[in-house]
Ligand binder design. Structure first.
Ligand SMILES: [Fe+2]
Length: 153
C-alpha cells in the first residue's frame, strides 16, 4: 500500500478536480453577453477535461489502496466573465499545489505515480498560463512597435 501522505495529497487534488467539473459547468451556464458564443463551449470543454482528470485520480487512489473522496473543494461563481476567469485561475493554482505536494510525497517505490503526476503537472501548467493570458496577468514583453523584415534579394 502506498504512503498515506501520497493518498491524502491525491485526494486533495481529486476534490479540486471535482470542484473544477462543477465550477466550469456553472460558468458555462452563467456566462451571458456576446462572449457566451465562445465561452459557453470553452467552459464545458474545461469541465470535461477536469472530469477526465478526476477519473484517472480516483482510479489511481483505489489502485494505491485508498478511498477516493466524494467531496469537491470550494466552488466559486460569478456573472462577470473576467471574474469567472480569475476564479478558474485560482482553482487551477490550488490544484497545481495539490499535484506538486502529491509529487513530493512519492517515494522511490512510487515512481510510476510520480511519472503520471509529472505529465499532469505539465498539462495543468499550460492551463494556468492560458488563464493568466485570458486574465491579462501574463503578457508578452514586446519592447518594439515596429518589426522590420529582412529584405530578400
Ligand atoms: Fe485538471
Amino acid at each position: 500500500m502506498a504512503g498515506q501522505e501520497l493518498i491524502d495529497n491525491l485526494n486533495r487534488a481529486l476534490g479540486l478536480e471535482l470542484a473544477a467539473v462543477i465550477q466550469y459547468m456553472q460558468h458555462s451556464f452563467l456566462v451571458t453577453g456576446p462572449e457566451r458564443e465562445v465561452y459557453r463551449s470553452f467552459f464545458r470543454k474545461q469541465s470535461g477535461e477536469s472530469h477526465d482528470h478526476a477519473e484517472t485520480l480516483g482510479d489511481k487512489i483505489v489502485a494505491l489502496g485508498g478511498v477516493p473522496t466524494v467531496e469537491p473543494g470550494m466552488i466559486r461563481q460569478a456573472t462577470d466573465l473576467a471574474e469567472m476567469l480569475r476564479q478558474d485561475l485560482a482553482l487551477e493554482r490550488e490544484a497545481m499545489e495539490a499535484y506538486m505536494a502529491a509529487w513530493e510525497s512519492c517515494k522511490d517505490t512510487e515512481r510510476p505515480t510520480r511519472f503520471m503526476l509529472e505529465e499532469r503537472i505539465a498539462s495543468e501548467q499550460i492551463h494556468i498560463e492560458e488563464l493568466e493570458k485570458l486574465t491579462s496577468e501574463r503578457k508578452a514583453n514586446v519592447t518594439t512597435e515596429k518589426i522590420t523584415l529582412r529584405q530578400v534579394v
